[in-house]
Design a protein around this ligand. Structure first.
Ligand code: GTP
Ligand code: MG
Ligand code: ZN
Length: 295
């Protein structure tokens, strides 16, 4: 029987099939070949017991792709959720999540929730920051149920990784987008205290036919990026378009003279928030590369 691994815990894999969810083990064959089954995998299973819904994974279908952060396969896109307010968006974290997804070649739907808390002008400000960033932008309010249908349409038939900081309404929104699983909401930041056991594993929630949301608890803390200093600029579509006009080939738009990008930030054509965060990330990468050379 065919199915999809929706989560894996301590050697057990939960495989969603047309007959329901089976608790499966991976055969020794996989261990011998050093193949690790991960959430998102399409597999063939042999049913051991229909009553107990148990089985063995016999075969792993070819993966379309495989993300490392979070570990999950066969992903089509990411849904990055921030609150328009309460908490105010942390643009630096937001840009890092966009980079992380782009680094893994995953297209991003950027969603600002809690739009009931902001006015049109504030909405426009948010829109202007991200309009050239290469992601599609959605404004929703899960409280007022605004914008959810449009979002739902974009998720249909796809596997979408959900990401965003605590308290922005990920669970509230997830509950409205599907009726299979009810997630706890409102329990802001109890998890921030470290040391406690936090789930680091991705879990797929079936929303409908061929439609999955990948829930990733503690996602933002998994941050770590593997981009070279000279390459960082290539992850910013709003720079790419114009950078061939900079005086220096390979200009990173920082301390170089005659830099078109810096001029565009001055004139407001490129978002200063995006640029300043870019510089901050650029300097962090430089620092890291320097330390690496030292040792
Ligand atoms: N005003 C307003 N509040 C909202 C909206 N959506 C969610 N909330 C509230 O925001 C709080 C946090 O919502 P959750 O859905 O628990 O947020 P979360 O992103 O899942 O948070 P974590 O599980 O901690 O990562 C709750 O009190 C929700 O009622 C919205 O559209 N507008
Ligand atoms: Mg939640
Ligand atoms: Zn430049």
């Amino acid at each position: 029987m065919q199915g999809r691994v929706i989560r894996g815990i301590a050697g057990f894999y939960y495989v969603s099939t047309e007959n329901g969810i089976y608790e499966c083990k991976a055969k020794g064959l996989f261990r011998k070949q050093k193949i690790k089954i991960i959430p998102g995998d399409y597999v063939d299973i042999e049913v051991l017991s229909e009553d107990e819904m148990t089985g063995n994974i016999q075969e792993l279908r070819e993966r379309k792709n495989e993300l490392i952060r979070p570990v999950v396969s066969n992903v089509d896109q990411a849904l990055v959720i921030f609150a328009a307010s309460d908490p105010k968006p942390n643009f630096n974290l937001l840009d890092r999540l966009l980079l992380l997804m782009r680094e893994q070649q995953v297209n991003v739907l950027l969603c600002f929730n809690k739009c009931d808390l902001i006015d049109e002008e504030e909405k426009k400000t948010l829109y202007d920051i991200y309009k050239d960033s290469g992601c599609d932008i959605f404004f929703i309010s899960s409280r007022e149920k605004i914008g959810l249908e449009e979002l739902k349409e974009r998720l249909a038939g796809k596997t979408t990784v959900l990401a965003g900081p605590s308290g922005v309404g990920k669970s509230t929104t997830t509950n409205l987008l599907q009726d299979q699983i009810l997630m706890a909401t409102g329990e802001i930041s109890q998890k921030i205290s470290r040391g406690k056991h936090t789930t680091r594993h991705a879990e797929l929630i079936k929303m409908g036919q061929d439609t999955y949301l990948v829930d990733t608890p503690g996602f933002s803390s998994l941050w770590s990026l593997d981009v070279k200093r000279e390459e960082l600029k290539d992850y910013y579509p709003e720079f790419m378009e114009h950078s061939q006009s900079c005086r220096f080939l390979g200009c990173v738009h920082f301390k170089e003279p005659d830099c078109v990008i810096k001029d565009m930030v001055e004139s407001g054509e490129i978002s200063r928030i995006r640029y300043d965060n870019y510089i901050q990330i650029l300097e962090e990468i430089s620092e890291k590369e320097k330390n690496r050379k030292k040792y």
